[in-house]
Design a protein around this ligand. Structure first.
Ligand code: FSX
Ligand code: SF4
Ligand code: F3S
Length: 382
């Protein structure tokens, strides 16, 4: 608890510092929420859900509410590299405004190629101006892998044809914190799949500063907002795993909290898409689900305003938040042979039986499952 008390005091100081900074928006978040029909209760409920998601005690809820109100004090620069823009889409697309998306409207987004009105010379000028004006103070968010082959010439931007590589390096140099949004910016992404002709790499491989990775193709809006809110309130990096992912979001396997897990333990598997097992929500392991090797909170946070997620929609997890998933998690709709029990090529039916007997014997099913589930620590890194 001492640790939490120290964090609480630090957060209070941080709020004071943020309050003393110049506001960049004319309209307050309260008035924006009011116009969209949200009352204080909804806002506090949102702050409570952020607190719970970040695994913090409820005493932090009012501080997150305060920090959200001050979100316009922290300048953000969002760069696009090689990617599909799905990360931005995941964040901003919703058929109804959510508190999350209103917070996004309230932040001080100084530069975002997809969302800003400017283009060409004007856009380049905006970026240069923002980097100069907020030097050492802005958060840099990068979406997309950075092509490094031919000195970065596979990706050039703007009228001066600067390479993405040089832009990321320049922007990172003057940033207060750097977040890689999505698997592409975190680990290179689909364009880094073998043979990786453009030499695409994650941002942390081309800059000399700490980078927080928020992978997923795309990552959920919850993980993007949570990462921003954590930095807003504490101004420091959260606890990270070996791939620099925040532990509060990427600390558990998909398989650990999956709604179909009971069926896995009972040996009940979908044998083909559309069969009776599929209709009854049985386990998708035999259809190639990579949930046992993937670390993310999709099952609890979900997508599209927390409505659904890949496994809920009836397809296995593809491992999209793991490094090199495009090369290591294939074939996408078949189990990984290399991960079957002890390399003995046993089928999952044997595993189901083993699990059942283990449960009868009183041994935790989870412990048995862990025998064949490779920890992400053992997976191939960069
Ligand atoms: Fe796309 Fe973002 Fe995937 Fe990559 O997403 S959803 S290809 S993680 O960089 O736009
Ligand atoms: Fe869920 Fe996939 Fe694990 Fe089955 S294998 S319980 S569908 S995560
Ligand atoms: Fe990606 Fe698997 Fe979640 S495919 S979105 S990590 S369920």
């Amino acid at each position: 608890m001492d640790g939490f008390n120290a964090m609480f005091e630090k957060a209070k100081e941080r709020i004071e510092i943020l309050s003393s900074l110049e506001s960049t928006k004319e309209e307050s978040i309260e008035s924006m929420l009011d116009k969209k029909g949200y009352d204080r209760r909804d806002f506090m409920k949102w702050a409570a859900s952020i607190t719970a998601m970040l695994s913090l005690p409820s005493q932090f809820t009012p501080l997150f509410a305060e920090a959200a109100k001050l979100a316009d004090r922290l300048p953000l620069i969002w760069l696009h590299m090689a990617e599909c823009t799905g990360c931005s889409e995941a964040f901003i697309r919703s058929d109804a405004p959510t508190v999350d998306s209103l917070i996004f409207d309230h932040i001080s987004l100084e530069y975002h190629e997809t969302l800003m009105a400017a283009s060409g010379w004007q856009a380049e000028e905006n970026l240069e101006h923002a980097m100069k004006k907020y030097e050492g103070k802005y958060i840099l968010l990068v979406e997309g892998g950075v092509p490094t082959a031919m000195n970065g010439m596979y990706l050039t931007l703007g009228a001066q044809a600067k390479t993405g590589l040089s832009l990321v390096q320049e922007a990172a140099d003057k940033a207060a914190a750097i977040f890689s949004i999505g698997t592409c910016a975190s680990f290179g992404g689909i364009q880094a799949a073998a043979p990786n002709p453009t030499g695409a790499k994650g941002v942390d491989k081309v800059v000399n500063k700490p980078v927080i990775n928020v992978p997923g193709c795309p990552p959920s809006a919850a993980n993007i907002v949570g990462t921003l809110m954590h930095f807003l309130l504490f101004g420091t990096l959260p606890a990270l795993d070996r791939y620099s992912r925040p532990k509060w979001a990427y600390g558990n396997r998909i398989h650990d909290l999956c709604e179909r897990r009971g069926h896995f333990d009972a040996g009940e598997f979908v044998e083909s898409f559309g069969d009776d097992g599929a209709k009854d929500g049985w386990c998708l392991y035999k259809q190639g689900c990579k949930g046992p090797y993937t670390f993310n909170n999709c099952s609890t946070e979900r997508f599209n305003q927390h409505v659904n997620w890949p496994i809920g929609a009836g397809h296995g997890c593809m491992g999209c938040s793991e490094p090199n998933f495009w090369d290591t998690m294939g074939p996408l709709e078949k189990p990984l042979e290399s991960h079957l029990v002890g390399g003995l090529n046993k089928t999952v039916d044997n595993i189901g039986t083993t699990l059942l007997s283990a449960t009868v014997l009183g041994i935790g099913a989870h412990a048995v499952a862990s025998m064949f589930v490779k920890n992400s620590d053992e997976q191939e890194g960069e």
